[in-house]
Design a binder for this molecule. Structure first.
Ligand code: C6P
Length: 416
């Protein structure tokens, strides 16, 4: 065990990496900060912070508009970032990359621009009970507007998708399968290759909510063959307010615009307009230029570490944490998928997750407590909330030791 840990510590040297993240080097309530809320948002390395400062200090201008040096530089930075995103997820062309505010907006974009055009009364959309609200509510709104039907794949006690009867819920009315790649509650990595193959055999497109996977796993959209993929910059070292929608080119070409405004048009008359080419057709108004440049810098940083190394290191952290946590009496961990990432949801006895996370905060440990925007999961397990620890590559085995110690202390404190 020790030897294995040592070997991965050499590929990801968390102690060294942490020097790139100034925010991690602080005390909270007099204790060194242990940041285990990475599923909510990640911290930013100096390289990303500097890319933002550099842009605002030197190049700030609007993009695609001005014929002047600053605008050219801003446009160049923005479009270079688009190319970096495309290469990072294996997209054939940067024109398949739409900049959005985040996963939520990316999915809303598909529901509005693709759904309004292609989904009609009586059509069916397949979701799962594991979805974040961002991959539920846009479809509920569309279904209500169109009179479409939502069908759900249920989840097992293990926090995995229950494929019993999956093929029988697919019909010739199924218009889309929208599914999370990695659960933000259980950490489960879903068998999306299998889902996409089954769907495509029947000509059904698949949307992947990749908010929790792109930051942690190597992704190749060509290999996956997904039709749509949505993710957020802030969960992968980049600023908040920038995200991505990837889609197959033919899908984008056939979709209507999402929002109207500057940038997305080609010609405008009094009563009608024609649309700019992709990706600009979907990027109305001034975009988050600095955010995109920050996302490009985040991708450079992740590439330097190597996504495979990141996945491997996080898997070791997670196995280490699960092994220790399971030994705590009255510990209930939700989710036990064979393939999983580093989000661990749990409850200890009857201690309320809010009380537990407050206790942990007093010890310098940041975790998340609540329903994690996944109320269908909470209903299924008949609980109101869980506490969740979620890791990133800058977390250490020592932090997990301290966390487990403090969970044991909490148990004593709350007397369970
Ligand atoms: N989950 C969490 O703590 P946005 O807010 O658009 O960047 O991401 C939404 C989203 C969509 N899908 C999944 C699977 C997610 O985990 C999230 C964000 C955070 O779990 C905040 S609720």
């Amino acid at each position: 065990m020790e030897t294995d840990m040592q070997s991965s510590k050499q590929t990801i040297d968390a102690a060294k990496i942490r020097r790139d993240f100034p925010v991690l080097n602080q005390q909270v309530h007099g204790k060194p900060l242990v940041y285990f809320d990475n599923g909510a948002t990640t911290q930013k390395p100096i390289a990303v912070i500097k890319a933002l400062t550099r842009y605002y200090e030197n190049d700030n201008a609007n993009v695609h508009r001005g014929i002047h040096q600053l605008s050219e530089r801003a446009t160049n930075g923005f479009e270079t970032a688009r190319k970096k995103v495309a290469a990072f997820i294996g997209a054939k062309s940067e024109r398949q990359i739409i900049f959005t505010r985040g996963t939520t907006e990316s999915i809303n974009l598909v529901a509005a621009a693709w759904g309004r055009k292609f989904v009609s009364e009586g059509d069916e959309i397949i979701l799962t009970e594991m979805e974040h609200h961002s991959n539920l509510i846009p479809w509920q709104l569309l279904a209500q507007e169109k009179g479409a039907v939502l069908k759900y794949l249920s989840i097992t006690e293990e926090g995995t998708l229950d494929f019993t009867g999956f093929e029988s819920i697919l019909s010739n009315r199924t218009k889309l399968i929208a599914v999370t790649h990695m659960s933000n509650v259980f950490g489960t990595i879903n068998p999306i290759k299998k889902i996409i193959r089954l769907a495509h055999d029947r000509g059904i497109p698949v949307l992947l909510d990749a908010a929790q996977s792109v930051p942690h796993l190597p992704i190749d959209v060509e290999h996956l063959d997904c039709d749509f993929l949505a993710f957020s910059g802030h969960k992968m070292l980049a600023p908040t307010g920038i995200g991505v929608l990837y889609a197959k080119r033919s899908r984008l070409e056939n979709m209507d615009p999402y929002q109207g405004g500057g940038e997305m048009i080609s010609s405008v008359w009094h009563d009608k307009s024609t649309w700019n080419e992709i990706p600009h057709k979907f990027e109305a108004g001034t975009p988050h230029i600095a955010g995109a440049i920050g996302l490009g810098a985040a991708i450079d940083y992740l590439n330097t570490l190597g996504m495979e190394n990141i996945t491997h290191y996080e898997q070791e952290l997670t196995t280490f944490a699960l092994d220790k946590m399971m030994r705590i009496p009255n510990m209930k961990i939700y989710g036990n998928a064979p393939e999983r990432g580093g989000a661990i949801s749990f409850n200890i006895g009857n201690v309320h997750p809010h009380d537990l996370s407050h206790f942990l905060d007093q010890q310098g440990i940041a975790v998340r407590a609540g329903h994690h925007c996944a109320q269908l999961i909470m209903r299924k397990f008949d609980i109101a909330a869980t506490t969740r620890a979620s890791f990133y590559f800058y977390n250490t085995f020592e932090e997990i030791d301290y966390f487990v110690e403090q969970l044991t202390e909490a148990q004593r404190f709350f007397d369970y």
